[in-house]
Design a protein around this ligand. Structure first.
Ligand SMILES: NC(=O)c1ccc[n+]([C@@H]2O[C@H](COP(=O)([O-])OP(=O)(O)OC[C@H]3O[C@@H](n4cnc5c(N)ncnc54)[C@H](O)[C@@H]3O)[C@@H](O)[C@H]2O)c1
Ligand SMILES: [Zn+2]
Ligand SMILES: [Zn+2]
Length: 390
């Protein structure tokens, strides 16, 4: 783990690897970094315990650092990653944390160091913060930014960042985290660039997807569908999408994938045959479970790649080192560097190469957030992406 922002040694000017980096607050900064938040006047969704999401009033965010902005959230969404805490799979979140990490909104206030956005600008946020200047950011690894790298909606033992399922959100490192929304693009679609679409692109790219390939996407949730779109945009010849929810498999077909039912179809035989008897060139694992990893291993061809963006909470991989050896396997995993991918995701939409709009199945007011979580968790009513409006 990299140091969270609040623990970066002040004024040191170098990262732990010894490279120069941007450190806030600068030595001459006289602002009050620890100023208390205002009175509870912000409507937001908070998670108190597994299954216990509340719509309640919490303190309004304030500018704390000169690189901060405050954004008025116009649209936010519920992500599969929000379900890990909701189901109690992921632990450590402080009760009452504002959840959510996807947002588009209008810039309300900017700190004095912010250069790229002004009040009134409409922006989309990457789901984690990044400075844009450190050695990690310079390599396109904004998810592992040495100065930021915090995910919105994750506060643990008092450290971290409040979330975006709220009327307003504080965005640190605004210049390296926010992107202006293309005016011609529907805000709902721009919203998808901050996480799901970028993650789909990242997953396909890490899988080495290219023309003529046989690609299997595990999971037909919103990110799985984004991976289907990405694989097709990158020229894959055959794209299969595996899930067990009939409505989601229908969606997958709509986005150009061959749907395969996890339980009713002979998945291993179907994929091996499609891959000329060997298996898939790339398996994009967009689930986050041991069973999905094992299935990915079974269906990837020798010499192929498993690219995993599913968030895992188990401690071991579902294949052994020997099995990896026996398949000449490449296994890649990790958090998407959304900020480094977003311009591309936005460009694919504005140019009309991909149109993810059918994946948005529900629109609700923020106040209905607890119902939205219950619906999404149950995969009820054909639910895919739920957009919430404060
Ligand atoms: N790495 C990243 O940066 C990043 C970013 C966004 C989301 N994620 C993760 O991606 C995953 C998917 O997100 P989502 O929003 O689409 O979630 P989701 O929960 O809506 O979708 C997961 C889908 O996987 C299906 N599934 C379950 N077991 C399966 C199996 N063994 N084989 C095939 N399909 C199976 C489920 O039926 C479901 O439709 C989550 O783990 C989420 O945390 C990671
Ligand atoms: Zn997410
Ligand atoms: Zn950085």
């Amino acid at each position: 783990m990299f140091l969270p922002w609040s623990q970066v040694p002040n004024g040191s000017g170098v990262c732990r690897a010894g490279a120069p980096m941007l450190v806030w607050p600068p030595a001459d900064w006289e602002g009050d970094c620890l100023s208390p938040a205002k009175e509870p006047s912000l409507h937001a969704l908070t998670l108190h315990a597994p299954g216990d999401v509340r719509h309640e009033s919490v303190p309004d965010p304030v500018l704390r650092l000169p690189s901060d902005t405050i954004v008025r959230v116009l649209k936010t969404a519920v992500c599969g990653s929000d379900l890990h805490g909701y189901h109690g799979r992921e632990i450590g979140l402080d009760p009452g944390t504002i959840v959510g990490h996807e947002f588009v909104g209008e810039v309300l206030e900017v700190g004095e160091q912010v250069r790229s956005v002004r009040p009134g600008d409409v922006v989309v946020g990457a789901f984690s913060t990044s400075c844009g200047n450190c050695v990690a950011c310079n390599r396109g690894l904004t998810a592992r930014c040495l100065a930021g790298g915090e995910v919105f909606g994750w506060v643990s033992s008092g450290t971290g960042l409040q979330g975006a399922q709220a009327e307003r959100v504080r965005v640190p490192l605004a210049d390296g985290t926010l992107v202006k929304c293309p005016p011609e693009l529907d805000l709902e679609l721009a919203l998808l660039a901050g996480d799901v679409l970028s993650t789909g692109l990242f997953c396909a790219e890490a899988g080495g997807v290219g023309p003529g390939q046989t690609v299997v996407v595990l999971g037909a949730g919103p990110v799985g569908l984004a991976a289907v779109m990405a694989a097709r945009a990158m020229g894959a010849e055959v794209v299969m999408n595996i899930d067990r929810i009939p409505g989601r498999l229908q969606q997958a077909e709509r986005f150009g994938a061959r749907p395969v039912h996890l339980d009713d179809d002979d998945v291993v035989a179907i994929v091996r045959e499609a891959g000329g008897g060997l298996g898939a060139d790339a398996v994009l694992e967009v689930v986050g479970s041991k069973a999905a990893t094992r299935l990915a291993y079974e269906i990837v061809r020798p010499g192929g790649t498993i690219s995993a963006v599913g968030v895992h909470t188990e401690s071991n991989l579902a294949f052994t080192a020997g099995e990896a050896y026996d398949k000449n396997l490449t296994y890649r995993a990790g958090r998407c560097s959304a900020r480094a991918m977003m311009q591309r995701a936005l460009g694919l939409m504005t140019s009309g190469v991909i149109d993810p709009s059918p994946m948005i199945t529900h629109r609700m007011p923020l106040s209905a957030g607890p119902n939205a979580y219950a619906l999404f968790a149950a995969r009820a009513e054909g639910c895919q992406k739920i957009v919430l409006e404060p």
